[in-house]
Design a protein around this ligand. Sequence first.
Ligand SMILES: [Zn+2]
Ligand SMILES: [Zn+2]
Length: 351
Amino acid sequence: MKAITFHGVSDVRATDVADPKLVEATDVIVRITTSAVCGSDLHQYHGRGGGALVQTGAIMGHEFMGGIEEAGAAVRGVRTGDRVVVPFSVSCGQCTWCRRRLPTQCTTTGRAVFGGRFGHVWGGGQAERIRVPFADHLCEKVPAELSDDDALFLGDILSTGYVCAENGGIRPGDTVAVFGAGPVGLLALQSAQLFGPARVFAVDRVDYRLALAAELGAEPVSLDRGDPAEQLRALTGGHGPDVALECVGHETPFTQAIQAVRPGGTVSSVGVYVETSMGFPAREAFFKGLTLKMGICNARNYMTPLLPLVQRKKLQPARIVTHTLPLKDAPRGYAIFDAKQDRAIKVMLKP
Ligand SMILES: [Zn+2]
Ligand SMILES: [Zn+2]
């Protein structure tokens, strides 16, 4: 089959690889209908994040969905022909951490990610087919009326954006600032609106991303116009927003979020940090009495409850899709997403 494989920094290629096969009786093989390039794929693409590179030849991608082509003998909850979406992290559903609803900490799989290099390596979803283990636990059935573009992000960036908003503890009438108007930030923005804020601001440098944030109901704050903390205070009667949602994963926006938010406010962070450790204004956070929350999203927990919100269009994740390319053109998809060319926000891949 065709798959997008890693060959070095800024070098992914469409190559021919062996078809995946059922290994355990609890596996399924999914024939992929749509996958996508995620911001965290770019960390691998650039060889960032510490430790070794992704193995040469490894299949990239952790956002994918499709139809079940083959099911192991012990699979009960789904069957051949079912349309499913799967979370980015590989988890068993049975171990200590899975039972505590922390599937990203799964000890059975070693905190693995599809297409990732952390822990045990599982093939990625930028391919024609993929082996999905623990199928009864990982597969979420997708109703026929939901498009791939609306369903796909349940497995990663929509759940992540939602968790960011939920962790912000937004109350009706609050002001919310979203740092980063990329795919996760735009979905955090949509999610924040479910909690009834009076105003939502979107902070970014890229004009066309701020323009989409504005279409989605946010007031744009451009980093090109100076310190975002100062701009946000000026826009909120000198107080600063009640809640800041950090969706970049870098020391600078995390620091800016702490500086911007009002005394007693909350900073919620879901960006995947490149840094293994970083400085932040701890003293300011302490004396302002801030609540800081961060972490990888346990997406499996959110797919089932968020699906009806997408069905009823309370969340419209497909609005961030800007490009749909054939799978074989994924190298160009990575390049334009990485360079923010051609007004790229979210690049979808179709085998
Ligand atoms: Zn991702
Ligand atoms: Zn587990």
